[in-house]
Design a protein around this ligand. Structure first.
Ligand code: KG4
Ligand code: ZN
Length: 375
């Protein structure tokens, strides 16, 4: 009998529920995004996020079950994100998950959100019939995280054999996450929120016009596998401040955003070639940094597989650069689909299955852990 796990995710600004069979087949995956609510603040407002999770959690879980053609009583276990994330947001999912598990008499499984992002890669690989050879290096890169892990099979067991994966943190950002840098740069350029998708598309159409500025590699003293993005964001800010010619077009775009015109097709005509070149140089710098350090980690360890997950893993240039550089160095590169890259509950259900099989359960005392480590 296949084990069907209901996953619940509420760590940040997506309320999500999904049903995954045997940790590999997605029967349903529902994501209610709060982007429209947080957009006018240019970032996630924790109090609003909790309130919205409360509104969404019941319909989202109901939808996920309906799309899987299941009743609550058909579920074999409930997996819920314990952390890291916003405490009030996490508590909504945890309280609901605990209540369901208690009422139904089903096992509860606590999941680390970052392990979820790793499992998003496995879900995609299973679907494509590809084997992820372990150990691997995994880059998790999102709005809240930029971190490199070594991912190893548990003693003689891989994710497929019922053992728990083991994680070792190799490096992380010392300041902003890469997605946060995207969001802040988009905001200061009058390009709306979230910044990643629009900057990704604008960088791609920049027609090679010479950039007035180039951003060199960031230096992090000590661990060469640590990242830093706040200097880059500040460099963009200073560049814009030193060139007053940007201010009129930024204002024009901000007015367009206020009218609700935030689509790529609407903003592109409001961008000068200089702005497009600036966006391209910003993205070149982020992608180069993410790829360089991840390749360094992979070469240091001598692994064969490179995994990349999290919201920024949806970035087109990051994907093609990893594919090209990975191929030239003999690494096999794995990405989740774009839908599985950003926060979702299928990855939480998949990560929960691994713990379910290993018999690691949460109980009624399970609490949110906003800074839960993955180690
Ligand atoms: O994983 P995610 O949905 O939520 C967090 O856990 O943070 O990631 C959201 C982040 C945002 O910062 C967003 O700007 C970024 O991922 N993002 C992208 C792209 N799509 C989303 N960054 C660069 N390129 C993209 N295509
Ligand atoms: Zn995430």
């Amino acid at each position: 009998m296949r084990k069907r796990i209901l996953g619940i995710e509420s760590s940040c600004d997506e309320t999500a529920a999904a049903v995954v069979a045997d940790g590999r087949e997605i029967l349903s995956s529902v994501v209610a995004s709060q982007i429209d609510i947080h957009r006018k603040f240019g970032g996630v407002v924790p109090e609003l996020a909790s309130r919205e999770h409360l509104r969404q959690i019941v319909p989202v879980v109901r939808d996920a079950l309906a799309q899987a053609g299941m009743k609550l009583s058909d579920v074999d276990a409930i997996g819920v994100t314990q952390g890291p994330g916003l405490v009030g947001a996490l508590l909504v999912g945890i309280t609901y998950g605990k209540t369901l598990a208690g009422a139904l008499g089903k096992p509860l499984v606590a999941v680390n959100h970052l392990a979820g992002h790793v499992h998003a890669v496995f879900l995609e690989a299973f679907k494509a019939g590809r084997e992820v050879k372990l150990p691997a290096v995994c880059l998790i890169v999102s709005g809240g995280h930029t971190v490199l892990y070594e991912v190893k099979a548990g003693d003689s067991n891989g994710p497929d054999q019922g053992g728990l994966l083991r994680y070792r943190k190799m490096g992380q950002t010392r300041d902003d996450a890469a997605g946060e840098a995207y969001d802040k740069v988009a905001k200061l350029l009058g390009l709306g929120y979230p910044g990643g998708p629009i900057l990704d598309r604008l960088a791609a159409v920049s027609n090679g016009a010479a950039a007035a500025v180039k951003f060199g590699p960031t230096k992090t003293r000590g661990n060469p596998l640590d990242f830093s993005f706040s200097g880059l964001k500040t460099a963009v800010l200073y560049h814009v401040r030193e060139h007053p010619e940007y201010s009129a077009e930024i204002r024009t775009r901000e007015e367009a955003l206020e009218r609700g015109e935030r689509k790529f097709e609407q903003l592109l005509p409001l961008c000068t070639p200089e702005t497009l070149a600036l966006v391209r140089e910003f993205q070149n710098a982020v992608v180069r940094d993410l790829v360089d350090r991840t390749m360094l980690a992979a070469e240091d360890l001598g692994v064969e597989s490179l995994l990349v997950s999290g919201g920024v893993a949806a970035n087109s240039q990051l994907r093609t650069t990893f594919e090209q550089r990975g191929k030239s160095k003999g690494f096999e590169v794995f990405f989740p689909s774009r839908a599985l890259s950003t926060d979702n509950a299928a990855m939480i259900a998949a990560a929960a299955y691994e713990r379910f099989r290993a018999g690691v359960f949460g109980d009624a005392l399970l609490n949110a852990d906003p800074s839960l480590a993955l180690a």
